[in-house]
Design a protein around this ligand. Structure first.
Ligand SMILES: [Zn+2]
Ligand SMILES: [Zn+2]
Length: 182
């Protein structure tokens, strides 16, 4: 028999937090890449605005979120996370990502979700072009229009899946993959 009575309820005064140590990989972009992303996003915004006016579809709102480099990094990080099982014997949930400010720069962090690490972030750091290539093909061949849970949306995203856009996300993986195959 199973006991389903509630013995005690505890309300946390502070948001529940856990602390653990795990390897982290940081992704930074230089000023010319930031400019290229911003130009591309501005270009896309003009075409979306001319098509929809003020009634921008919900799926395209990410395009208008600021700053464009945060949208590009967050979307790419999700696309890479979802491509992890295509590259190594690890799961999408072995890694999480976080977009943050460091001084005046916006950076992306990958970190293992296991205390002590599980090796997945280190693999991304070591083989970024390979992960970028797989992320690019996964997202660009997905038959959704604006990004779905197979190619962009990430259950358990610590930033609530905000500032995501499928096409903006593909900008960096495409550039990395192109320089890798060149
Ligand atoms: Zn999709
Ligand atoms: Zn996220």
């Amino acid at each position: 028999m199973e006991n389903t009575n509630v013995a005690e309820e505890v309300a946390f005064n502070l948001p529940y937090q856990i602390h653990y140590q795990a390897p982290i990989v940081k992704i930074e972009v230089n000023s010319s890449v930031i400019k290229a992303i911003t130009d591309e996003v501005n270009h896309q915004k003009v075409s979306v605005s001319s098509q929809y006016g003020d009634n921008i579809p919900h799926e395209l709102v990410g395009l208008f979120e600021k700053p464009p480099v945060a949208v590009a990094l967050h979307s790419m990080a999700h696309q890479i996370q979802l491509a992890i099982p295509l590259v190594v014997l690890s799961s999408t949930h072995d890694v999480n990502c976080l977009i943050d400010r460091e001084d005046s720069n916006i950076v992306a962090y990958f970190y293992d979700t296991t205390d002590g690490g599980n090796g997945a972030s280190e693999e991304i750091g070591k083989h970024l072009p390979l992960f970028a290539t797989k992320a690019k093909s996964l997202a660009s061949t997905c038959d959704c229009s604006y990004g779905c849970s197979k190619c962009l949306i990430q259950l358990g995203c610590p930033q609530q899946d905000e500032r995501l856009h499928k096409t903006v996300g593909l900008f960096l993986p495409e550039a990395i993959a192109a320089s890798y195959s060149a």
